[in-house]
Write a protein that binds this ligand. Structure first.
Ligand SMILES: N[C@@H](CCC(=O)N[C@@H](CS)C(=O)NCC(=O)O)C(=O)O
Length: 176
């Protein structure tokens, strides 16, 4: 399974119709290539374009959008752009991938799950009556949250996100 950070890059490239080659990385045994391209964080994803490595998924998404200008993932209006970036940041930081929750144990995991659900409520509220964060078109914030849709199969509609998020968690961790 492509990790959530990589998935958003793949989806952005597909949205733009850009051909790419994906290289899998064994994170328990990182390649020299990864360390060379991302010496600071040594994390995936890294996009290499024209020989130049770009790291950090939000930075990569903006790079893709600026390099290939068709099918933009950010609106023209500065306020709308700011809103799209706000939700991209929120989704990136506040809605945790359930699979990561499972790395934690007991109380810690319960608290992380509760916090994620609370944050997901903001997302559901923001998306009420809309197809995507920006309205009718997929944008930056949608791409950032895309892993959730992939995992719990709900994009759009958004009103069942929390229920499905819970169901997924219970399925893989019945003994909470
Ligand atoms: N802030 C980074 C996070 C990327 C990230 O956490 N990547 C994980 C894979 S899901 C990774 O490479 N982990 C390896 C490690 O932390 O050593 C981004 O948005 O790209």
């Amino acid at each position: 399974m492509v990790n959530p950070f990589g998935l958003r890059i793949v989806q952005a490239l597909k949205l733009k119709g850009i051909e790419y080659e994906a290289i899998d990385e064994d994170l328990s045994n990182k390649s020299a290539l990864l360390v060379n391209y991302n010496p600071v964080y040594k994390k995936v994803p890294v996009l290499v374009h024209n020989g130049n490595p770009i790291s950090e998924s939000l930075v990569i998404l903006e790079y893709i959008n600026e390099t290939w200008k068709h099918n933009p993932i950010l609106p023209e209006d500065p306020f709308e752009r700011a809103r799209e970036r706000f939700w991209a940041k929120f989704n990136n930081e506040k809605v945790k991938d359930l699979r990561f929750l499972f790395h934690q144990e007991g109380k810690e995991r319960k608290e992380a799950m509760a916090a994620s659900v609370e944050n997901l409520k903001f997302v559901e509220e923001e998306l009420k009556g809309k197809k995507f964060f920006g309205g009718e078109k997929v944008g930056l914030a949608d791409l950032v949250l895309g892993w959730l849709a992939n995992l719990i199969d709900t994009w759009p509609p958004h009103d069942k996100m929390i229920i499905k998020y819970h169901a997924f968690y219970d399925k893989y961790h019945p003994a909470k």
